[in-house]
Design a protein around this ligand. Sequence first.
Ligand code: NAD
Length: 509
Amino acid sequence: MSELQSNLAKLEGYLARFREAGVQNLIGGAAVAARTGAVFRSVSPVDDSVVCEVAKGGPADIDAAAAAAKDAFPAWRDLPGAERKAILHRIADGIVARAEEIALCECWDTGQAIRFMSKAALRGAENFRFFADRAPAARDGQTLPSPTLMNLTTRVPIGPVGVITPWNTPFMLSTWKIAPALAAGCTVVHKPAEFSPVTAQILCEIAHEAGLPPGVWNLVNGFGEDAGRALTEHPDIRAIAFVGESKTGSMIMRQGADTLKRVHFELGGKNPVVVFDDADHDRALDAAVFMIYSLNGERCTSSSRLLVQASIAEDFTAQLVERVNAIRVGHPLDPATEVGPLIHKEHLDKVTGYFDVARADGATIAAGGERIGETGCYVRPTLFTGARPDMRISQEEIFGPVLTVLPFATENEALEIANDVPYGLTAYVWTNDLSRALRFTDRLEAGMIWVNSENVRHLPTPFGGVKASGIGRDGGDWSFEFYMEQKHIGLALGEHGIPQLGKLPGGAP
Ligand code: NAD
């Protein structure tokens, strides 16, 4: 039996219960159907088959979940940090124990290749361990003495929070948002993406098996404009941590305005990889190819614009075309596959629509540029050349395995092109000139920049974007800043003078 066949057989075993009972909501520790009984179907992009039915939650389910999160909040907030730490580590253990199930289900639900997803589950476990270890110190503050007062600060969890996640690497991203919320002492209502619901239920189950008290983590499936909207408008939900498209972020900000929601947004990107002629070309090529064609290009930090210095552009692009044409597109459960099918027919139409846009705007399709087959959502890895920085293919987030090449002559021109987009999530710079690296990164408009490296995530560092790419930072202590409120307490050191209103000079009132 090939590895693909063996993975398919294992997958059927893992999916059997979802095929029978569907993906459900988990509210107050219990698996439940949507209040209305409504369901929707999740479809696999591998072969267009139905994965399973999914509870179609709406405002009534969000209400029940928010009530459960509100009830559970005081006890979870007051649980000693060391106990929260122990539970979060047990959740990480549970993820590791079920890593194969998570990886196979995620591949089938999203089309992501197993070579990447097998690590996503383990990265999810790492996210839990990282924030688990920080839970005991999450409330720590400062002492800021003044001449009259001993000023103390402390942090308290903000309350029940809503977490709304997208369909790209949904398991890992859910852990990235939910682990710090729990470590901080918040309770959670999670609304996962409608295109990829399966692993969110597995994750929530693992948490309960690890001893998380009922109501601390609630899961409501459903559509954005329905369940998602109700969550962002709910008066008992104190904050919304959202990962998704920039235009959805704007909608959420409007929806949350009446209840003055605190928001944390991780949004879209059109990230540049800038290759100067003094760079290590081979390593720059490896990184540029990896950062746009891994994870099907459905990656917020993907380097979707290649800015290459004119003096090396011809050679570099020729090598790039060869590499892009050699990328192995195939079944996501085949370990040899490098690019699997895109998430959904709707997204396939969006991505292939840009092939027409490129042609109409006068760019060249140097590689790919077509759908593969009639079944599933497969597309050929694509490279656009002959583009101008103002073209739509250079400005808009395509979110697929599609790269636009933009040559530049000087450092200033590179900077201008790099910054001339609405987004500012990540940037990648390749040069061996240290002064240039320092100068250039200082002026780049991006929340995260790597020099002579692909995106290598280190959890204590801040993760987030500028401009239309987001508001706020995750990682390290930054996550706690979002999920917690600062509190100041001033204690008088003695009998300092207090202004005496209404008291007559020299005596009694
Ligand atoms: P999306 O914005 O369409 O959906 C994300 C989530 O928001 C889903 O759960 C959806 O149901 C929900 N939603 C939609 N409308 C809503 C509304 N009106 N109110 C409340 N919730 C609503 O995004 P997507 O297509 O699922 O994901 C792809 C996008 O996510 C890309 O733009 C990508 O760059 C971005 N992303 C960003 C990061 C980052 O860290 N910056 C990470 C991953 C993905």
